[in-house]
Design a protein around this ligand. Structure first.
Ligand code: ADP
Ligand code: MG
Length: 292
């Protein structure tokens, strides 16, 4: 495109809440064939809240929530915040936790009252040798409604589940349908469990779901799509997303996302609206047509 057309395109983007960082970002956006969305904080609002606590037989809900919150008090994860908030709302006293450890893509561990407490997904339970089979059916039912089921264990035994819900952004279905009208394939890439991811995909119309991805593997999934011939834009908000944003042909950050995501990205969605992706494509394609 001519330098003038590019300047005009970047200006149009800015007025619509799409910040193209440079001419290359605009040019690459014109030719993308697939958009990969992170789930949490991108397709969803990123403000998870606890909806249910399911204790193992004979245990009080409060015991499950207090154990989880004691450990998650030391975590920065959005799910951890939801658990700590729920414990606070219920007025639970939290015991101090020591030896805190965070296992990326799995959850967190810590010592509470001399006992090792685990808070995380089924993968964490398996890794630590906890038999959680009594809870998996309930977890699947919670996931089917789009909620994330978090397992809690103490002293090697499953204590229960905490269900967390993160509402789908109101504009997410529009974001997906507009991209489809532009002949662009949509993909969800998430560390969350498959059932939850499938439910959010159904609510938004996303074509393909890649779930239960470890943070360090997100970039490799982008490469796999590129190897399949796709020109990929990735939309994300989190620290975990930065390597995948960098690997994509066009990295797009939600404006309210982490500093590292916003800095890594080629394009920033100022109003946190995933529907702005199709607007970016419209501008980029129009700019490209002004070449000759
Ligand atoms: P995402 O790709 O959605 O950001 P992560 O890779 O951060 O997901 O986490 C994957 C899963 O690990 C979460 O869905 C959750 O089940 C579990 N998990 C991670 N950190 C925590 C935590 N601090 N507390 C509870 N569960 C956690
Ligand atoms: Mg996220």
């Amino acid at each position: 495109a001519t330098p003038t057309a590019i300047t005009v395109g970047i200006g149009q983007g800015a007025r619509g809440g799409v910040l193209f960082k440079n001419a290359t970002a605009l040019e690459n956006t014109a030719v993308i064939t697939a958009v990969v969305f992170d789930k949490t904080g991108t397709l969803t609002e990123g403000r998870p809240a606890v909806t249910d606590v399911v204790a193992a037989p004979g245990l009080a809900d409060e015991r499950v929530l207090a154990a989880a919150a004691a450990v998650d008090r030391q975590s920065q994860h959005p799910l951890a915040e939801a658990i700590v908030d729920a414990a606070g709302t219920r007025g639970l006293a939290l015991a101090p936790a020591t030896g805190f450890d965070s296992v990326p893509g799995h959850g967190v561990t810590g010592l509470v009252d001399g006992v090792t407490v685990l808070v995380g997904n089924l993968r964490l339970m398996r890794r630590e040798g906890v038999d959680a089979s009594a809870l998996t059916e309930t977890a699947a039912a919670l996931a089917a409604s789009g909620r994330t089921a978090i397992y809690v264990a103490a002293d090697g035994k499953a204590l229960g589940l905490i269900a967390v819900s993160d509402p789908v952004r109101a504009t997410a279905p529009t974001a997906v349908s507009r991209l489809r009208e532009q002949d662009i394939r949509t993909v969800m890439l998430t560390g969350d469990q498959r059932g939850t991811a499938e439910a959010v995909a159904a609510a938004t119309g996303i074509d393909t779901v890649i779930a239960e991805v470890l943070p360090e593997d997100k970039a490799a999934d982008i490469t796999a799509l590129q190897d399949g011939g796709a020109r990929v834009a990735m939309v994300g908000d989190g620290v975990n997303d930065a390597p995948a944003l960098a690997r994509s042909d066009v990295g797009i950050a939600i404006g309210a996302g982490t500093d590292v995501a916003v800095e890594t990205a080629d394009v920033v969605l100022v109003h946190d609206d995933p529907a702005a992706v199709s607007y970016a494509v419209t501008i980029a394609r129009a700019t490209r047509r002004k070449i000759k």
